[in-house]
Design a protein around this ligand. Structure first.
Ligand code: GUN
Length: 169
């Protein structure tokens, strides 16, 4: 754990190294938020990071969404996820699925990606497998614009949990 007061003193490269991984494979978000220091609270830091994403434009938002691995996807099955992603999928119970359930996730992942062109993102630490499978059914009904916002909302929850693991007030 790192104190927020210390995070506030980090030079830019150190800030990106420590805070960058709060967003999956997307250090540009921390890089852009660095100039907003100092942050009065972890919540304010989270808000600054999320605002960076919300104002970044659709191309960057899509790149962020696409940086997320599929749940029970090829990378997960091959053990090639980042440490944070592995923990998140494990916490949702996704590493203990039957072969039929694995297939169900893969069918849903493919249907979702075929419709929207990006992977299904839901905060795995806040949802168990039943809720995630239900999420596929509900969100497959959405429009592309709705789903971009839904995915970003989930990514902000993932980021908040990662940030709270990393920093103390
Ligand atoms: N892909 C879909 N949901 C998640 C999640 O909670 N974490 C990560 N890393 N990738 C995801």
């Amino acid at each position: 754990m790192i104190a927020l007061s210390q995070v506030n003193t980090f030079p830019r490269d150190e800030f990106i190294r420590i805070i960058g991984p709060v967003f999956e494979h997307s250090p540009w978000i921390a890089a852009a938020a660095w100039s907003k220091r100092p942050f009065a609270s972890v919540e304010q830091l989270h808000t600054a990071l999320c605002k960076t994403v919300q104002t970044a434009g659709e191309d960057k938002q899509l790149a962020l969404i696409r940086a997320h691995p599929d749940l029970v996807g090829k990378l997960a099955l091959a053990g090639q996820l980042t440490k944070a992603s592995t923990g998140e999928q494990t916490s949702a119970g996704l590493t203990q699925l039957s072969p039929q359930e694995v297939e169900l996730f893969q069918t849903n992942n493919a249907a979702y990606k075929a419709k929207f062109g990006f992977p299904f993102v839901i905060c795995a630490r806040l949802n168990k497998k039943e809720a995630i499978l239900n999420g596929f059914n509900v969100r497959l009904q959405n429009s592309r614009e709705q789903e971009i916002q839904a995915a970003l909302t989930e990514i902000f929850k993932i980021a908040e949990l990662r940030l709270r693991d990393l920093t103390q007030p």
